[in-house]
Design a protein around this ligand. Structure first.
Ligand SMILES: [Zn+2]
Ligand SMILES: [Zn+2]
Length: 389
């Protein structure tokens, strides 16, 4: 099995790719420079390259010894609309663009694995599809890739994903047995009443009061309706009503928007049903109208048992430590779009404590530590050796 030590020789190159991506972050579906660099590197190692899937997606195909099996390894390439504050020499050169989730590291690790696999085709039997995915952050690049025929054009028996996780010791690979990440849906409600003078509420119908009752009512779903050992989150992210310069006006309508998260499809469906019902019920109570909308964005990311076992086995012997008991996280991942279509699993790669105390993901001080690159690349190659033995 390839070890992280075996990738020490590749570390300077992987670091250079990673820091280059970091310097030039691109938002979802706009990863033109990143995708071109990925495609160039893959071609340089004699790997067959297909570009333009979901716009900026790239697939590299590596054929090993003759074999019927095929697997896909996925890395995401997109950055976030944030302005970096790390002060690093390779910090983002573009305002309001930043690799704050470590997808620069994911891309570099999969490239490191690609170079090794292309040079060691005798070490596995079958086909490896390297999936460089655009637009993981909120824009649903995985779904677009799947809808554009990713798995019809590149049939695989399983797909695997890997994401860095600060706080988990460097080189630890954690493969949760069931749910890894939550569903991530958006809901909206407009309450429409009758606007009136702030001094004469009885002449109107107060949509604001209905909105207040709705917000309180929402919290009863997780607190009273979902199993306390289960997981449900409903958060209000945005409220808009009235005008700051008109405090003596009761607004005609109130618009609210928020997020709903769950680790199980059944809980997710319950959230959808109850958010609608509570909106309608408080509207009735307060004699206003409610127009709720629930937008299903991403399902929960739930590992398939057989593929999770393969990931665990591949990590054993190459990873610094292996964990199968890592608790789920209520963030969302569009890798769920792949898992809804074919078997697969998703693992966390520990990157240790962040250098900056606030340097967690989606923070302006975040940076992917290059010391993690050999660990990720070695893990990918071990996984290929095990799956395509
Ligand atoms: Zn992210
Ligand atoms: Zn991410």
């Amino acid at each position: 099995m390839p070890s992280p030590a075996e990738f020490a020789v590749a570390l300077p190159a992987m670091t250079a790719w990673r820091q280059d991506f970091h310097r030039h972050p691109e938002l979802g579906f706009q990863e033109h420079r990143t995708a071109a660099r990925v495609a160039d590197l893959l071609r340089g190692w004699g790997i067959a390259v297909t570009e333009g899937i979901a716009g900026t997606g790239v697939v590299g195909t590596i054929q090993g010894r003759p074999g019927n099996r095929a697997i896909a390894l996925r890395a995401d390439m997109d950055a976030l609309a944030m302005t970096e504050a790390t002060g690093l020499t390779y910090a983002s050169t573009t305002p309001d663009r930043m690799h704050a989730c470590g997808h620069d590291g994911h891309t570099a690790m999969l490239l490191g694995a690609a170079e090794w696999l292309a040079a060691h085709r005798d070490r596995f039997a079958g086909t490896v599809q390297l999936v460089f995915q655009p637009a993981e952050e909120s824009l649903g690049g995985a779904r677009v890739m799947a809808e554009e025929g990713l798995f019809e054009r590149f049939p695989v028996d399983a797909i695997y994903g890997l994401h860095n996780l600060p706080g988990l010791p460097l080189g630890t690979v954690a493969v949760p047995k069931g749910p890894v990440l939550a569903s991530s849906d958006t809901w909206e409600v407009t309450f429409t009443g009758i606007g009136t003078h702030g001094a004469k509420p009885h002449l109107g119908r107060d949509a604001t009061l209905a909105a207040a009752a709705f917000i309180l009512g929402l919290q009863a779903i997780a607190a009273r309706e979902v199993d306390p050992l289960g997981t449900a989150v409903v958060s209000v992210g945005h409220i808009a009503a009235g005008d700051a310069v008109a405090p003596n006006v009761i607004p005609h309508s109130v618009f609210l928007r928020g997020t709903a998260r769950a680790l199980e499809e059944a809980v997710r469906t319950h959230l959808e049903t109850r958010i609608r019902e509570i909106a309608k019920a408080v509207a009735l109570q307060h004699r206003v109208q409610a127009a709720p909308r629930y937008i299903r964005r991403l399902g929960p990311t739930v590992n398939h048992a057989a593929q999770a076992a393969v990931m665990l086995a591949a990590a054993t012997g190459t990873a610094t430590a292996v964990r199968d008991d890592h608790p789920p996280i209520t963030a969302g991942e569009d890798f769920s779009e792949f898992l809804a279509r074919i078997p697969g699993a998703y693992a966390w790669l520990g990157t240790g404590e962040p250098v900056h105390p606030e340097g967690f993901q989606h923070n302006v001080h975040f940076d992917f530590p290059d010391a993690a690159l050999p660990h990720g690349a070695a893990f990918w190659c071990s996984l290929v050796e095990r799956e395509l033995a």
